[in-house]
Ligand binder design. Structure first.
Ligand code: NDP
Ligand code: BG6
Length: 491
């Protein structure tokens, strides 16, 4: 990771670069991968000599492929820039388990490299982006290893979540992938690590004397990390029902954020130092208890305008998969012992929001009794902001106190700034060989260790989630839970 102008290392060095997007016919490729690649191309952050090959089973003409991968580009994107980007893209159709198809792919890569004037002295990188369902990760990885992998260049394999279903399946997947590629060739994407405000946590904490000074159990009462979506699983019910909200969002995105908020200062900004500190803190988190958990599942609105989770045809009518959860976690180390961490996530709620709320302890103060608590609030989405709930004297003749905010809203403070999508940031990291914002296998193992006993208990005991109406704040008890279980005091 670099905070000092290291954003375009790969571009600067003119590395001869091939990016293969497996599953190029799919949803992620269309919505995220290609728009992110285009964004980097526009910003001149792709090395000058780059080719992007889409690979999938679907037969598509170049025209069909081009239409598909640009379907999520912005209408305002200049046509000449789009055309120039498509010049470096192509599509190869092939199966995921056929040697000859992957040998063809390798030939295509070689041909492209020659067309880009490959020289003996060139630094070369092959990036294999697996925008595929996990069921084919191992088959595709094996094919890459046997038929495409080039030991004379740098190889990087990008894998999308879900990385397994529980501790056991995750270990099996890690073992299988680890048998094919070295850990430093593997980039496990958790796109929350590419979000602006998540990346900002390190800077805030370790570049400002006053945050780090109070970043302990002596001053912090509780922390809440909240993810809310105003829509249900529309169209993704089949996938979601196998996973549920805990595996879909909490075990990965929210826990990753928690680990960055809770970790100690790393020795350096090198990726292994950062990941060592994240893993160290994860190791101290106790497995979550069922009694520290609130589960919900959304039902349709009373007026029938929005469907319930089980109204989705791809969801079994007797599904007890949670679409909402709150859990309390405890970090058992000297810095955090006694501070509850509440993570909350839900679909079909009243708003779109991802926010980290750090609530400080009561002010031990005889001068001003019964004060509301200070809070540091980091809003990750929809609009990035850092704010501190601060008590002031009510302005004017009044001598009362009032709660106010020190407010750093990015859209006001940095008006011309276009914050890049997390995927663009992360693909740039892959180009630069920077692992800081990717999940290491031991981190993943710890994440599953924390959640697996709870997930298994929910499944074996068939715990039925509480209903909540689509568009509401969540199931009964949603607001009381952080107060009762974590000592949160509404401000
Ligand atoms: P898709 O279901 O769209 O699959 C991608 C491509 O893989 C398809 O176009 C299809 O290509 C091929 N494919 C689909 N199902 C199978 C199958 N059973 N066997 C073999 N090939 C199959 O997935 P997404 O693009 O939505 O997701 C890709 C990865 O990214 C997944 O791991 C997902 O969990 C993850 N992800 C996706 C997000 C999203 O917003 N979509 C968000 C975060 C993560 P073809 O038939 O042409 O070969
Ligand atoms: C994905 C989950 O990983 O993250 C989705 O599978 C969720 O269910 C999405 O909607 C949220 O990402 P973002 O960037 O829109 O907050």
């Amino acid at each position: 990771m670099s905070f000092s102008g290291g954003l375009d290392e790969a571009a600067k060095h003119d590395v001869l670069t091939t990016i293969v997007v497996f599953g190029a016919s799919g949803d992620l490729a269309k919505k995220k991968t290609y728009p992110a690649l285009f964004h980097l191309f526009q910003q001149k952050l792709l090395p000058k000599r780059t080719r992007i090959i889409g690979y999938a089973r679907t037969q598509m003409t170049t025209d069909d492929f081009n239409k598909r991968v640009t379907s999520f580009f912005k209408p305002s994107d200049p046509a000449d820039e789009v055309a120039a980007f498509l010049e470096i893209c192509e599509y190869v159709s092939g199966k995921y388990d056929v040697d000859e198809d992957f040998q063809r792919l390798r030939e295509e890569i070689d041909t492209n490299e020659h067309a880009m004037n490959k020289r003996e002295s060139d630094e070369r990188v092959h990036i294999y982006y697996l925008a595929l369902p996990p069921s084919v990760f191992v088959s595709v990885g094996t094919q890459i290893r046997n038929n495409v992998y080039d030991g004379t260049c740098t190889n990087r394999v990008v894998i999308e979540k879900p990385f397994g279903h529980d501790l056991d399946s995750s270990r099996k997947l890690s073992q299988a992938i680890g048998g094919l590629f070295a850990e430093d060739e593997i980039y496990r994407i958790d796109h929350y690590l590419g979000k602006e405000m998540v990346k900002n946590i390190l800077a805030l904490r370790f570049a400002n004397v006053f945050y780090e000074a109070v970043w302990t159990r002596h001053y912090i009462s509780n922390v809440q990390i909240t993810f809310k979506e105003p829509f249900g699983t529309e169209g993704r019910g089949g996938y979601f029902d196998e996973f549920g909200i805990i595996r879909d969002v909490m075990q990965n995105h929210l826990l990753q954020v928690l680990s960055i908020v809770a970790m100690r200062q790393p020795k350096s900004l090198r990726s292994e130092d950062i990941r060592d500190c994240k893993t160290e803190v994860l190791r101290r988190i106790l497995p979550i208890q069922l009694e520290d958990t609130l589960l919900g599942q959304y039902v349709g609105t009373r007026d029938g305008s929005k469907p319930g989770y089980k109204d989705d045809d791809t969801v079994p009518k007797d599904s007890i998969t949670p679409t909402y959860a709150q859990c309390v976690l405890h970090v058992d180390n000297d810095r955090w012992r006694g501070v509850p961490w509440v993570i909350k996530a839900g679909k079909a709620l009243d708003e779109a929001k991802m926010v980290i709320r750090i609530q400080f302890k009561d002010m031990p103060n005889a001068l001003f009794p019964n004060l509301a608590r200070n809070e540091l609030v980091l809003q990750v989405s929809p609009k990035e902001s850092v704010s501190i709930k601060t008590i002031v004297k009510e302005p004017g003749l009044s001598t009362n106190l009032a709660m106010s905010e020190l407010d750093l809203s990015y859209h006001k403070r940095y008006q011309d700034l276009k914050i890049p999508d997390a995927y663009a940031t992360l693909i740039l990291d892959v180009l630069n060989g920077d692992h800081s914002n990717f999940v290491r296998s031991d981190e993943l193992d710890e994440a599953w260790r924390i959640f697996t006993p709870l997930l298994h208990q929910i499944e074996t005991e068939q715990i039925v989630p509480l209903p909540y109406e689509y568009g509401s704040r969540g199931p009964k008890g949603v607001d009381e839970f952080p107060t009762e279980r974590a000592g949160y005091k509404p401000t």
